[in-house]
Write a protein of this length. Structure first.
Length: 266
C-alpha cells in the first residue's frame, strides 16, 4: 500500500478536458455548500437517520445502481484513519464493448455471477464528510472481475449516477468527484497494475488476486481545494500562452493593384 503526495500532470489532457474537470470541481463544491447550510455533509446525508450504522454494512442496503449507465456505488466503514469509504463500480452492460477481463485465476463466486462487475476506485472520507484520499483494491476485497488499467479508466469516463434516490446531492457529488480527480485516478490504476505485476514476480507460487497480504495496491491523498486551484492555474497558463502567441503572430499585408497602392499613398 503506497501513500503519495498528489503529483498532478495535466499534459495528457486537452483544454476541453480540463474545463470539464473544472466544471466538475464547481459541482463538488456546490454539493458541499448546499449540505452545509443545514448542518449536513456527504456522509451524513447517506447514512440511515434512525437505524444504527454497523461496520461493513453497505449504505444504502442493496447499493446505489443506475440501470441506464450501469454505474454502482455504496458506502461502508471498517478501516482506521477514516470515517468510511465509497466503493465505485461499473457493471458489465455499462462497459465499453471492447473491454475484456484480464487473464486471472478462477474463483467460484465470481464465475457463478451472472454478469461481470469492475471496481473503479474507492473514496476515503473523514468524519466531517470530506474526501481525503483515493485508493484501489485487489480483486479479493470486492469480488470483482479484474480488468487492466486502460479498460478501467475507460469505465471511469462512463460513470454516472443520474437519479434522485436515495440522495440526489450525493449522486451528483460522486459522479462529479470522479471527473474532478481523473488524473489521479489514472495514475492510481497504472500504479495498481504495476504493483500487481511486481507481486506476481516476487511470489510466483501465490495467486496474487486472492493474496490477503495485498489489499490496497495504490493510494493517494487528495484535496478538493488544491485540485480546483491547480486546474485554474493550468487553464490560466494555457489561456495566457494562447493570447501571447496570437499577439506575436505576424499580420500579412494584403495584395492590391498598383492603382490601389498608389491611392493609399496619396
Amino acid at each position: 500500500m503506497n501513500k503519495k503526495t498528489p503529483i498532478i500532470n495535466f499534459e495528457k489532457y486537452s483544454t476541453k478536458d480540463l474545463k470539464t474537470m473544472a466544471e466538475a470541481g464547481l459541482e463538488v463544491v456546490e454539493c458541499h455548500r448546499v449540505l452545509a447550510k443545514t448542518g449536513d455533509n456527504i456522509v451524513r446525508e447517506l447514512l440511515p437517520k434512525e437505524e444504527t450504522f454497523y461496520q461493513f454494512d453497505h449504505c444504502p442496503p442493496g447499493d446505489i445502481i443506475d440501470y441506464d449507465s450501469h454505474s454502482q456505488f455504496y458506502y461502508h466503514a471498517h478501516r482506521e484513519g477514516e470515517h468510511g469509504h465509497f466503493h465505485i463500480f461499473m457493471r458489465e452492460k455499462g462497459m465499453p464493448k471492447d473491454c475484456r477481463p484480464a487473464k486471472q485465476s478462477k474463483v467460484e463466486p465470481i464465475e457463478e455471477r451472472e454478469d461481470k462487475i469492475c471496481h473503479l476506485v474507492a473514496i476515503s472520507m473523514d468524519r466531517y464528510g470530506i474526501p481525503i484520499r483515493l485508493f484501489t483494491v485487489n480483486r479479493w476485497v470486492t469480488g470483482e472481475n479484474w480488468y487492466n488499467a486502460r479498460d478501467v479508466y475507460a469505465m471511469v469516463e462512463r460513470f454516472q449516477i443520474d437519479q434522485t434516490k436515495p440522495s440526489w446531492v450525493v449522486n451528483r457529488w460522486v459522479t462529479a468527484l470522479l471527473w474532478l480527480f481523473r488524473p489521479q485516478i489514472r495514475e492510481l490504476l497504472e500504479e495498481r497494475d504495476a504493483v500487481i505485476a511486481k507481486w506476481k514476480k516476487k511470489y510466483p507460487g501465490k495467486d496474487v488476486f486472492e493474496d490477503r497480504d495485498l489489499g490496497l495496491p495504490s493510494m493517494i491523498e487528495i484535496s478538493i481545494d488544491d485540485q480546483n486551484q491547480a486546474l485554474l492555474r493550468e487553464l490560466t497558463r494555457r489561456h495566457e500562452k494562447t493570447t501571447q502567441t496570437q499577439k506575436r503572430k505576424p499580420i500579412k499585408r494584403t495584395k492590391g493593384s498598383q492603382k490601389q497602392r498608389a491611392a493609399s499613398r496619396a
